[in-house]
Design a protein around this ligand. Structure first.
Ligand SMILES: [Zn+2]
Length: 340
């Protein structure tokens, strides 16, 4: 099978790997679409402690089941599926404490999805496989994983219908957070984005936007909210300097979610009185628990959201390096690797 193998920062080679065999309890999925994630881009550019080369990147995908072992009963050949890139052990402190997104002992798939086939076993499928309906596109199916990450973060934010949410950063995850805040939670969404291309993309999604180079975003959101500030802030930009400002965007008693990851080793000064006197809550969210993945799958299957604008570029696997390059630029939203 054609496989894009990551050999360290800047190095990806297309190699011919053997197609995994189902075995008695296995399921083999032929990948149809694999999205490029910001983590893939970062790993390719500068490495990542979680992904030791040689390995195969890619973890947001959909595909068709092409082989199952004789003991497998819950999944059949021909099923259209999306599969979580990891499942939890279900028994650690965090899994048992209701914060399974912090599980300390995760199990991974046979390889990443920048490859034609992936193997998992039936136990894995029970905890991390969603069957896709016949009308769900491969691209929408491949957005289940990023949607699960958004649902994990949104869950802790108590967004109520009619709330105003500021999303800082209109990259793909900022836009996906904004879509969920608006269409699932019924919030008004204001997007703060410095890049003109991304801002115009957010405009085309129908969101109100603020250009921080033109207008102080704190003043802008206050003028939009009767002087109060927004009820929730989602920081979907990996710049530590944006953290204090995100807290200023919040109204007293509001919540600020640090959704995007930050470069390691950086610190930031914040005014603790925003937390003490103004009771602004600072939250973090990353990854997802199984319930978020299954809920994301239900939402994708119900086609509750129009995700058609989420994919801006498509490449075959042969062009993976180009795809990673485009995904790093503000001209793209999600970049899809489409398999024939
Ligand atoms: Zn666990």
């Amino acid at each position: 099978m054609k496989t894009a193998v990551y050999h360290g920062p800047g190095k990806i080679e297309l190699e011919d790997w053997p197609v995994p065999e189902a075995g008695s309890d296995g399921i083999v999925v032929k990948v149809k679409v694999s999205m490029v994630c910001g983590t893939d881009v970062k790993t390719f550019k500068r490495g990542h402690p979680m992904f030791k080369p040689p390995t195969v990147l890619g973890h947001e995908f959909s595909g068709e089941v092409v082989a199952v072992g004789e003991s497998v009963s819950s999944v059949s050949v021909g099923d259209r599926v999306t599969v979580a890139p990891f499942i939890n052990d279900s028994v650690c402190f965090y899994c048992k404490s209701g914060v399974a997104e912090l599980c300390t002992s995760r199990r991974l798939l046979s390889n990443g999805s920048f490859s034609e086939f992936i193997r998992l076993d039936e136990d894995y499928a029970k905890h991390g496989l969603v069957k896709l309906g016949p009308d769900v596109s491969w691209e929408d199916g491949a957005l289940t994983e990023p949607l699960a990450c958004v649902l994990n973060a949104i869950e802790d934010m108590s967004i109520q219908p009619g709330d105003t949410v500021a999303v800082v950063g209109a990259g793909p995850m900022g836009l996906l957070n904004a879509l969920i805040a608006k269409d699932l939670c019924g919030a008004r969404v204001v997007i703060v984005e410095v890049d003109a291309q991304r801002r115009s993309r957010a405009d085309s999604f129908g969101f109100e936007t603020v250009d921080p180079a033109e207008r102080n975003p704190v003043e802008a959101v206050r003028s939009m909210t009767g002087g109060r500030g927004v009820d929730q802030v989602i920081l979907a930009a990996g710049a530590v300097a944006a953290v204090p400002e995100a807290m200023e965007l919040s109204r007293p008693g509001g919540r600020v979610m640090l959704f995007g990851g930050f470069p390691q080793g950086q610190t930031v000064a914040i005014d603790p009185n925003l937390i003490h006197y103004k009771q602004v809550t600072l939250l973090g969210g990353s990854g997802f628990a199984p319930e978020h993945f299954f809920r994301a799958g239900e939402l994708i299957n119900s086609r509750a959201f129009n995700l058609s604008q989420m994919v801006s570029h498509r490449f075959p696997l042969d062009h993976i390096v180009e795809a990673l390059g485009v995904a790093a630029t503000p001209e793209s939203v999600k970049v899809a690797i489409v398999f024939e």
